[in-house]
Write a protein that binds this ligand. Sequence first.
Ligand code: GSH
Length: 221
Amino acid sequence: MFRLYHQPLSPFSRKIRLVLAEKKIDVELVEEKYWEKRLDFLRLNPGGKVPVLRKGSFVLGESSAIFEYLEETCPTPALLPRDPAARAEARRLQGWFDDKFHHEVTSNLVYERINKKLMGIGYPDSHKIKAGSKNIKYHLDYMGWLLETRDWLAGNSMSIADFTAAAHLSTLDYVNDVDWLRNRNVKEWYARIKSRPAFRALLIDQVTGFVPPDHYADLDF
Ligand SMILES: N[C@@H](CCC(=O)N[C@@H](CS)C(=O)NCC(=O)O)C(=O)O
């Protein structure tokens, strides 16, 4: 069986948990407090980051590499479209959310509000909170614009782009930082993806000391 070293509110870990669940791959979850820099974990992944996927002597870090590995070894259901241009678009958007969105939004809001406290490294920086709250508007508008002409973010089938975006947004929703009234297309898209069985385990997760808003686990939010 696979083992996944993760953190409950790590968007990269959440992306891989969604992929594993959608593909119905059994996994044992191991919560890794990566900030404690456990030696055995650093031996597995010298980069010291979660997620890390492991099965026996096979060990893999970097969520996009993990995703590609799972997509190739367990191709059903496919989370990359068949058409090369659409595949590239799905990968582009995975990069958009894991890079730009993460840097401009997730790290400014979720890491400031939650990770700092978990790691015992102080209080949220109000400048970062302000920046994240401003930046998320641009991203929600961009997603809404994509969804005006597409059923899913990268085209007409659900793909890794949707799971990546939903993984980030779900952590932001946990800290009540998503204005679901801003864009109808985004809310409707999130409701669709949130109601998938693969999403259930994420919605049950709780981080000690931080209670999510009531609508967080509500499929009819
Ligand atoms: N590019 C990596 C990013 C993973 C990442 O940054 N994970 C965070 C948790 S959300 C982490 O482990 N950070 C520890 C560190 O940067 O030392 C991926 O896609 O897996």
